[in-house]
Design a protein around this ligand. Structure first.
Ligand code: ADP
Ligand code: ADP
Length: 233
């Protein structure tokens, strides 16, 4: 599970409210649950994503994954702890000169896994996302939807507790979006992952979210079960 407590991000040293990009954000996502964060452009979604996977340090607040506050770790401890959160990025950001299999292998290589265990794991992961036969394809030889599924495989490589999807369906056609969302719900159920699904697309969250938080101007202005929320498209 992931528990976000009083998360605040202030850019610059000024005290003006315009620098406060995240303001006291609180939510909890249990294993086996998809929490969607939805809001307009400029609301603070990508800053939130980067604070959750610790690509940015929050100014204050906690990001607790399975009991440990990642926001409070030393740089050295963070290198290992970050693997608890796997991220699928917008337009996948796969390395263009590496095959699908080589892209999925990256986090494992970085960790120093043996060649044989990496190979086994990569094939298992590509099979899981339905791309077992595309292992040797380069990103440009894959469709947008296939690239995002490779992104899921890479995000799962280190067996994270939390899967973060950062605008991962933006730019996909409706069919590829549905297939991505289906895969997300499958891994939620099979692996018991806590999924944080960040998007500006209101129409996708109704298909996938168990709970929703609406973010505006750096604050979660409303959150709860999907059915209870007033969602204005
Ligand atoms: P969203 O992803 O919802 O569009 P962002 O997190 O990208 O929102 O941006 C939220 C606000 O934070 C915007 O007003 C943006 O200008 C500001 N912001 C983002 N990154 C920085 C930064 N590095 N320095 C200063 N302001 C930033
Ligand atoms: P093992 O650790 O021996 O692979 P597990 O029971 O942990 O056994 O996992 C069962 C299956 O699910 C394996 O294929 C494993 O690689 C995969 N798996 C387990 N947890 C995760 C996770 N968080 N992310 C991705 N795959 C996972």
């Amino acid at each position: 599970m992931i528990e976000v407590e009083h998360l605040t991000k202030v850019f610059g040293s000024g005290t003006e409210s315009s620098n406060r990009v995240l303001d006291d954000v609180n939510f909890t996502v249990d294993g086996g649950e998809i929490f969607a964060v939805v809001g307009p452009s400029g609301a603070g979604k990508s800053t939130l994503a980067q604070c959750l996977n610790l690509l940015q340090r929050p100014t204050s607040g906690k990001v607790i994954v399975n009991g440990d506050d990642l926001a409070d770790l030393s740089a050295a401890a963070l290198r290992t702890a970050r693997r608890r959160i796997g991220t699928v990025f917008q337009s996948s950001n796969l390395l263009a000169r590496r095959t699908a299999a080589e892209n999925v292998a990256l986090p494992l290589e970085y960790l120093g896994a043996t060649k044989q265990s990496t190979k086994t794991r990569v094939h298992e992961l590509l099979d899981r996302v339905g791309l077992g036969d595309k292992a040797d394809h380069y990103p440009h030889q894959l469709s947008g939807g296939q690239r995002q599924r490779v992104g899921i495989a890479r995000a799962l490589a280190l067996k994270p507790a939390v899967l973060l999807s950062d605008e991962a369906t933006s730019g996909l056609d409706p069919q590829a979006t549905d297939s991505f969302l289906r895969l997300l719900t499958e891994v939620r159920d099979e692996l018991g992952l806590a999924v944080v699904f960040i998007t500006h697309e209101m129409e996708t969250i109704v298909k996938v979210a168990d709970k929703v938080g609406r973010i505006d101007q750096g604050r979660i202005v409303e959150q709860g079960a999907l059915v209870d929320l007033v969602l204005d498209p």
